[in-house]
Design a protein around this ligand. Sequence first.
Ligand code: URA
Length: 285
Amino acid sequence: MADTINLRELLLFYADSGVDDALTDAPVDKFLPVEAPARPATSQASQEPAARMDRPSSKTAAPAPTPARPQTTVPDEGQSERARLLARETGSLDELRACLEQFDGCNLKFTAKSLVFGDGNPEADIMLVGEAPGRDEDIEGLPFVGRSGQLLDRMLTAIELDRTQAYITNVIPWRPPGNRTPTPIETEICRPFIERQIELVKPKVLVALGGPSSKILLGTSDGIMRLRGSWKEHETPAGVKIPTMPLLHPAYLLRNPAHKKLAWRDLLEIKARLHQLRGDLPSTA
Ligand code: URA
């Protein structure tokens, strides 16, 4: 029993550390640049060469040939402007999703299994925006379906909401390899798409989940502890201002449960604002 618990803890530790693909005994460097043409990311796993488990038997053995790799990089230059022009042309969420499926200007696409687009009700008054999908989201192609997503669902339930009454998405629609932090240029390339997604959903209230999402949506370098606790504004490229509440990220709350009381306060603010918008309760904000 004790061994079972320890093994589970160990596997969770590995998963949290980004060690989540138990496919081979030898490491695979997913950052190696190659020059082959773009192709759908979903077929990558099947084309990924199996890592060699055997070692050369002597010092004179020929080195193993470097296997040809599928595309994993494109130049970043100009992609953010390209993304802006493409996103601007989309007139619906379906078009935006199709545009992202076609877009090959962000390197994260080549290591991810899925495009993780928004989920929930696009007619909702409230839109929640996380940073980037993790392993479970990448597998399912849906945002916030892993452990932090389960906590997010409970947080929504606490203010009498569920996914039929909220729209949930991420700034970055592809999982960064090993859950690493997206680079600033990756974020800039993805920014026009999340901005367009917000414009198309037209939420009355935005919730920025965690520091990175808050910084991007609010255009600030302040940390989440400074930002949370009061309403801010996200301004769309067209100049529309949307009340935005920065909220502690559920993954952070899983690691720091003592801070759930801060999140609870902010959730009550969000609840009050939504009721106020519907005209059925005065805001406490
Ligand atoms: N964390 C995020 O920011 N987004 C997800 O979709 C899952 C975890």
